[in-house]
Every structure is written in C-alpha cells, then in structure tokens.
Design a protein around this ligand. Structure first.
Ligand code: ATP
Length: 464
C-alpha cells in the first residue's frame, strides 16, 4: 500500500501526479469512484458533468477525423454481445489470457508479464516478500448467460474489444454502402476485460471505451498503409488533442510481444509520471481476422475488386485507441501548477491550470458579468445564450472576478468573457485567454466567429 501511495505522488515536470489528477477529477466533477455511497467498486469509475463533456469531445474529434476528414471511412455501432463463435474465430477463447501469479502469504494477485525482472528471479511477492505461485493462464473475457437457461449452450461474452463487430459486418458494409478498397470502418464503444491489475485510476479498468478503425487494403499495399496510419495517428494526438509531442513516442512490438494475428505493431505510448505506457495500438493484422471468420462461419469472406475483377481476402490495418484512457492522457498532459506572482503575504501565487486543447475542453467559454446588478447579468446571460448555439458555454456570476477566473483555469476553460459597465455602452467585452492570461477588448458582435478563429489557431502557452 505504502509503495502504491508513493508511486501515485510521483510528478511529471509540470507538477502532475496521479494523486493530484484523481483529486482534481473528483473535486471538480470529472471522474468519481463508482457506487461511492456503497464504498465504491474496485476499478470502476463514473464520469461526472465535466468528465462526460471531455470524453464526448474526444470521441467527437476522433469520429470527425476518421469519418469526415478521411476518404472512404464509414461508421458502425455493433452489439456488445456477439455470437460465441466470434470469440473462437478471433482466438480470444484460446489466447486472450494473462499469466497470473498469486502471493501464497498476502494473496495479492499479479500479472507475471508486468513484474520487474528482480521479482521474477527471486519469485518473492513485491508487496510482502512471500512466495509466489507458478503462473497460470487467466482468460480476461467476462461471460454471462443469454436467455433463461444458464447452461453451457447459453454462454455469451461481453466483448473484450470492439474490432470483431467490424470484421463480422465486413460483407454487410461492402454490400450496402458504396465503399471500395482501400476503405475503413470506424467504431466507438464499450469493451470489457477482467483485468488482474487495475491500479492507476482510469488507466486500466474492467469496463472501458475504445475507438477502433479497421482499414481494409489489398494484400501487398499493407506496409504503405501501415506507415500512413502511424503518421496520421501521431498527428492526431499532437494537433487535435493538443498533447505535448515530448510526451509521446512509438514503441514497436518485438517478436515476443506481437499478438497472435499481427505482422507488425506499434504502440503510441504516453509518458506518465509512472513511465511510458500504451495509449493506442496500430496493428498490421494481415487477412487473419476475415480468414478466420470465413473459416468459422463456413463461408469465405472475400472482396471482388470491381476495377480489376480480382477476388481476394483483404488485409487489415487497425488503429485501436482507448477513449477512457485518452481522458486520463488529456488531464495528465494538461495539468500545470504555475507560479504567476506573489500573494499579499509575499508567498508564491500558484495557479492550477489545465491547458486542455479547446477542441476537448469541457467548457469552451465562461461568460462572467463583473457584477450582477445594473443590467450586466442580463447582458451576460444574453451572450451566454448566443454562444451556447456553437459551444459549451458556462455562465457564472458569483464571487470575485479573479476567483472566477481561477475556477475556470482549473477545469481548463480556454476563454473567459467578462461583461462590464463599458460593455453596455460600447457593445464590447473582455476576452481573457486561459494560457497567457492576456485580456483584450473585442466587439460583442461576431464573438462566436472570433472564438472559432482562436480555436483554429490555438497554440499552448505555459507559464514557467
Ligand atoms: P495492455 O497491454 O495495456 O493491456 P492491450 O495491448 O491489451 O493493452 P489493446 O488490446 O491493443 O490493448 O487495446 C487497445 C487500446 O484499448 C489500448 O491502447 C488502450 O488505450 C485501451 N485499453 C485496453 N485495455 C484497457 C483497459 N483495461 N482499460 C482502459 N483502456 C484499455
């Protein structure tokens, strides 16, 4: 326990630690422990008012990038429960397991492949020093029964990934939409894994969300498309989510890490205070999936190229990102404790700010009347209503203006709009930028267009 607490307190160079992120997430309504009134349920989390906005924004950006800005990618929303043969064909029944070891003394359970080499060598528990059991394979799929009879014939699994819903619908999509290879199918949805080690907040949970895209290509062109998608996906994290480039890198899977279906695989990894960890997998899956589903359903799944009349089983390049894990990456990367001067007693004045990209910030603009009286509240509410057409706008009239700015900084609101007495006479307002804290006077008319322009050219600025 003491070990874990210490790890939670390790900070990155902007002052973010897991402990601080968890605390801010709870305090400001991003993420709550699930079923908290009953003492919580291990490794399950609920997304609060700000968390759900952040998560939805990330999903919207991903969907927009994939389906609107890429040629030839269409969407899908498949069921969570699928025919059990799906998971035999995909290899999950046979292979989707982690090696598990237990401590004979304190009974703590570990994933053997995540234990440090010295523990593997001594075979002693990292928590209490007790002896560890021999590893045994533990399947990560949750099973339940479909229908009233709970026998072996009624077993179904909660999907451990969204990808298989795409593969089993390949023919449906080809037959009903006008897609031609190369084309992709994108899907966002819940996935479930009975994970053995679930520490680190929302990093690894048993119920989570994935954003996956399978891109179907002609065999022989797969290496070119693999490179293309690697580049696109890294660009997305930096340009669309605003993640600092120094906190991202690729990790190529070595021969012993490659999944049973993969020809090549790269992870986009993020630099957490506790080390580099996977955020997204980019996998070259060959014709494994369509080939296996063809075999298991008894009917080959192929594609007939209308231009060349060639028939073949397409190869697949997959991009598989965690949506809930993206929420953690965004929070972790945006968090900054900044000294911005001195308080009245001469102590450093530290503000906590989330430098969230405006694309994902839960609140885009906060509209703040300097005072409630003399018609300023009405004018500010009017502006708030107008902005709500295009953005998530928030109205706040309580407390000193400096305090209201700080509250918005802490949740990552990129723009504050302050309405004062001059606003009534001149029809202009103060626009305050979260990152630089710069304030400028801008006309009230065209405010939404101005914010869109500011979002388009947004570049993160940190106060050191
Ligand atoms: P790991 O090695 O961390 O267990 P994985 O290689 O099994 O992950 P994939 O099957 O490639 O992960 O899943 C794709 C993405 O889904 C991951 O990059 C991650 O963002 C997300 N993901 C996977 N498992 C979990 C989980 N238990 N909780 C939250 N997100 C997850």
């Amino acid at each position: 326990m003491a070990r874990e607490k210490k790890a939670n307190q390790v900070t990155n160079n902007y002052g973010a630690s897991m402990e601080k992120i968890v605390s801010l997430a709870k305090r400001r309504g991003f993420v709550y422990p699930s079923s908290e009134i009953y003492g919580g349920l291990s490794a399950t989390w609920d997304y609060g008012p700000l968390g759900v906005e952040l998560k939805n924004n990330i999903q919207k950006i991903w969907w927009r990038e994939m389906t609107r800005f890429q040629e030839n990618i269409v969407g899908l929303d498949a069921a969570i429960m699928m025919h059990p043969r799906t998971w035999e064909a995909s290899g999950h029944v046979e292979n989707f397991s982690d090696p598990l070891v237990d401590c004979k003394d304190c009974k703590t359970r570990f994933r053997e492949d995540k234990l440090p080499p010295e523990v593997l060598e001594s075979h002693k528990c990292p928590e209490c020093g007790g002896e560890l059991t021999e590893p045994r394979q533990f399947n990560l799929m949750f099973s339940t029964h479909l229908g009233p009879v709970a026998d072996s014939a009624s077993i179904v699994y909660l999907r451990p990934e969204t990808a298989q819903g795409i593969f089993v619908n390949f023919k449906n999509v080809v037959d009903t939409s006008r897609v031609q290879i190369p084309f992709g199918i994108a899907q966002v949805g819940k996935a479930f894994r009975n994970e053995i080690t679930t520490k680190n907040f929302i990093f690894r949970t048993c119920e989570f969300e994935q954003m996956e895209m399978q891109f179907f290509v002609k065999p022989g062109t797969d290496e070119k498309w693999f490179e293309y998608w690697k580049e696109q996906r890294m660009k997305y994290y930096i340009e669309q989510l605003g993640i600092l480039p120094e906190n991202l890198h690729f990790h190529q899977h070595g021969p012993d890490e490659l999944a049973h279906y993969a020809k090549d695989a790269y992870d986009v990894e993020y630099h957490y205070p506790f080390g580099w960890e996977e955020q997204e997998g980019i996998h070259s899956r060959t014709d494994f999936d369509l080939g296996r589903h063809g075999e298991y359903c008894g009917k080959e799944i192929t594609y007939l190229d209308p231009r060349s009349n060639e028939r073949y089983v397409p190869y697949v390049i997959e991009t598989s990102a965690g949506l809930t894990r993206s929420v953690l990456v965004c929070l972790m990367d945006a968090y900054h404790e900044e000294v911005i001067g001195e308080d009245k007693k001469g102590n450093p004045d530290v503000r906590t700010v989330l430098h969230l990209h405006p694309n994902v910030a839960p609140v885009t603009a906060a509209v703040l009347p300097l005072v409630k009286k003399d018609g300023l509240a009405e004018l500010a509410k009017d502006i708030h209503k107008e902005l709500s057409e295009d953005f998530n706008s928030f109205y706040d009239q309580s407390g000193a203006i400096g305090r209201r700015y700080r509250r918005q900084d802490e949740i990552g609101t990129p723009f504050c709009i302050t309405v004062d007495y001059e606003s009534k006479d001149n029809q202009d307002v103060t626009l305050r930028f979260r990152d630089s804290m710069e304030q400028i006077r801008v006309p009230r008319a065209g405010l939404a267009a101005r914010l869109k322009e500011e979002i388009r050219k947004y570049k993160r600025v940190n106060h050191e």
